[in-house]
Ligand binder design. Structure first.
Ligand code: ZN
Length: 138
């Protein structure tokens, strides 16, 4: 069995953003040379997510509004976590959107369902953060 590991780095200039990272994950898969196996991709921070959905700007706007209704950033004083920091909402948004994704690899390609793409979800940006890509197979 082959094994491949790579870290993808991001520094989002805003507090929140969604970034399509499918091209980077596909590049990792090409580098790995693996034809049949699994890709695991996870955020390495507790205020960011990796998830799969459609690459559609209206949907991403809707996610942002929905997450803000569930866990509003302000007022920051509403959260007990915010003693010396202001990112309690980002921890909760990450929890909802998830830590990681797994995609099957078939014939050297990501074996997606219709419209599926991989996204990095940032909820406490403006600093350097990592995503892990781990690929195993033959
Ligand atoms: Zn925190």
């Amino acid at each position: 069995m082959k094994s491949y590991r790579q870290e993808l780095w991001f520094e989002v200039p805003t507090r929140r953003a969604f970034i399509n990272i499918t091209p980077q994950v596909e590049a990792c898969l090409r580098d790995s040379g693996i034809q049949e196996g699994l890709v695991l991709c996870n955020a390495m921070h507790i205020t960011a997510s990796v998830f799969i959905n459609d690459d559609e700007s209206g949907l991403h706007h809707d996610y942002d509004q929905w997450l803000e209704r569930l866990a509003p950033h302000a007022p920051v004083s509403q959260y007990r976590h915010n003693v010396g920091e202001d990112n309690a909402d980002a921890h909760m948004k990450r929890q909802i959107m998830g830590r990681e994704i797994v995609v099957a690899v078939t014939d050297g390609k990501l074996d997606f369902g219709t419209w599926e793409q991989i996204f990095y979800g940032e909820f406490d940006g403006r600093r350097r953060k990592r995503v892990l890509v781990k690929i195993i197979g033959e």
